[in-house]
Design a protein around this ligand. Structure first.
Ligand SMILES: Cc1cc2nc3c(=O)[nH]c(=O)nc-3n(C[C@H](O)[C@H](O)[C@H](O)COP(=O)(O)O)c2cc1C
Length: 176
């Protein structure tokens, strides 16, 4: 999958994984693909996820205060596409795949590589996203083997080629 935008090619050197973030509250549930997930603290263990507040899942995440991260493995790019290019506004995506609830109640994909259960402790506005910081309350492997899918393997699946500027205009030099 080719990526034309030079800024996107540059950003893709910041290695990211690909995840499905499940949220739920009061019987409502949703899940969406996210690549902007990282560990941010060791003691206590914390993750951060950058969430577009325009996602249908965001109000559920904000109201429920919990989420679960399912890590996709290398042969699950179709799941990344499914959860990342469809919205709960149009369909219940979780009807299409096997899932179960984490102790927090958040949906976990049965076929993921591993999962992390999370409780939100802070949210910070960050441009067009909100950085949601969460304490890890649980997690485990779901498969014994496999390697995590990498964002760079998905080309322009998220359409960011068209959203990003095509140059940085800094004094540090132009991207290749
Ligand atoms: C590869 C990929 C990575 C994505 N990464 C993020 C992300 O880190 N944060 C985010 O808010 N949306 C991300 N998205 C977009 C959401 O998954 C997408 O908008 C989804 O349709 C939202 O679903 P919802 O409306 O049911 O919440 C990504 C999409 C793809 C395909």
């Amino acid at each position: 999958m080719s990526v034309k935008n030079p800024v996107k090619r540059l950003l893709m050197t910041l290695t990211q994984g690909v995840y499905v973030v499940g949220v739920g509250k009061d019987g409502l549930r949703d899940a969406f693909t996210a690549s902007s997930v990282m560990q941010v603290s060791m003691q206590p263990l914390m993750l951060a996820v950058a969430v577009n507040p325009a996602n249908a899942s965001y109000p559920l995440l904000a109201a429920g205060g919990v989420f679960a991260v399912s890590v996709l493995h290398s042969d699950q790019s179709a799941l990344a596409d499914f959860f990342g290019n469809r919205s709960a506004r149009d369909e219940d995506k979780l009807n299409a795949v096997p899932w179960h609830a984490a102790p927090s109640g958040s949906p976990i994909l049965d076929e993921g590589l591993s999962y992390f259960d999370c409780r939100v402790v802070a949210s910070h506005p960050a441009g067009d996203h909100v950085v949601v910081v969460a304490e890890l309350t649980g997690g485990a492997f779901l498969q014994e083997h496999g390697r995590p899918l990498r964002y760079e393997e998905l080309g322009n699946m998220d359409g960011s080629d068209e959203l990003l500027p095509d140059h940085l205009g800094t004094s540090g030099g132009e991207p290749p």
